[in-house]
Design a protein. Structure first.
Length: 160
């Protein structure tokens, strides 16, 4: 298992581990569940500390659009959690519905196979298409490579 070095991120992991067992009772408040709050509060404190540090190093103040410290704290929490939370809650639901409907996984596999083949061919075609060109008589520099003059080169359009 991967070792987590940041106490703030460890707090988020601990928090999510406990809440994962209680995901079907969302009306329970985090602060009311024994063992949940301390880990998550370390994450919230870390987000606040990050904002304070950024504010100390920020010289110019935009008086017209400066967000409040509370807004910055909330935004920092959203930025850190948003991607992991949606994936963590969506993936189990998708797996549940796939398991509940046995015909769907085989249909899905057909689509994945076809789409993967198409995407692979788009990114790396089996046959390169393009045209042969002759380098100028004086030669040409392409990046770090010098190609002498009057040399046939093949220029695949997929790589342009």
């Amino acid at each position: 298992m991967h070792r987590i070095s940041s106490p703030a991120i460890k707090g988020v992991h601990d928090h999510k581990a406990i809440l994962g067992k209680l995901c079907h009772v969302p009306w329970l408040l985090n602060s009311c569940i024994p063992g949940v709050a301390p880990g998550y509060f370390s994450f919230i404190r870390w987000c606040g500390d990050e904002i304070e540090q950024k504010q100390r190093t920020y010289v110019e103040k935009d008086t017209f659009a400066a967000p409040t410290e509370a807004a910055l704290d909330e935004d920092s929490q959203v930025v850190v959690v948003v991607g992991s939370e949606t994936t963590a809650t969506t993936l189990p639901s998708a797996l549940y519905y796939l398991a509940k409907n046995p015909a769907i996984p085989s249909r899905l596999q057909l689509h994945l196979d076809e789409d993967m083949s198409k995407e692979t061919l788009r990114l790396r075609p089996a046959v390169m298409m393009g045209g042969y060109r002759i380098t100028p008589a004086e030669g040409i520099q392409v990046g770090e490579m010098y190609i002498p003059g009057n040399i046939n080169v093949f220029v695949p359009v997929q790589l342009i």
